[in-house]
Design a protein around this ligand. Structure first.
Ligand code: ZN
Length: 155
């Protein structure tokens, strides 16, 4: 595994729409492994491929330690409820904002062997799914924030 460089806000790569993975090859599995290592090293709870400069629809999420969720070509197939909570991003260091997100989300994706599965998440996990999937379409949480926190609030 290799730790990758995390691209920061302002880099045009974060604004591109990512292409779907056509075939889940060993190369994609290596990308997943490297993304997990990179996410953990940065103490993040999610990472999308464009954040490491790869324009593919690949996401990893780990909201609960040891429970890594790998998503290839993910899409939201159901959502319910609402939540307004604080969000941040490894590509937007030091900035936090309040976003409007669904409280419950179900995602359909391929696993690392190309098998389709559905996964549901609530609260933090639902926010992480929405946040990371937005990255695949070039959207950052700062675009959606109802308001950004001030420096005092971040303290
Ligand atoms: Zn992010």
């Amino acid at each position: 595994m290799a730790k990758l460089n995390i691209v920061k806000d302002g880099d045009p790569v974060l604004r591109k729409v990512c292409r779907p993975v056509e075939a889940v090859t060993p190369r994609i599995r290596t990308l997943l492994d490297d993304m997990i290592e990179t996410m953990r090293a940065a103490n993040g709870c999610g990472l999308a491929a464009p954040q490491v400069g790869v324009l593919r629809r690949v996401v990893v999420v780990e909201c609960e330690e040891g429970k890594v969720i790998e998503l290839i070509n993910p899409r939201i197939i159901a959502h319910a409820g609402k939540q307004q909570e604080t969000e941040g991003c490894l590509s937007v260091p030091g900035r936090w904002g309040i976003t409007d997100r669904p409280r419950h989300v179900t995602v359909r994706a391929l696993d690392r062997y190309g098998k389709e599965f559905d996964i549901s998440g609530s609260d933090l996990l639902a926010r992480a799914f929405c946040h990371e999937l937005d990255h695949l379409d070039g959207i950052l949480f700062t675009d959606k924030a109802i308001r950004m926190l001030t420096a005092d609030e971040v303290e």
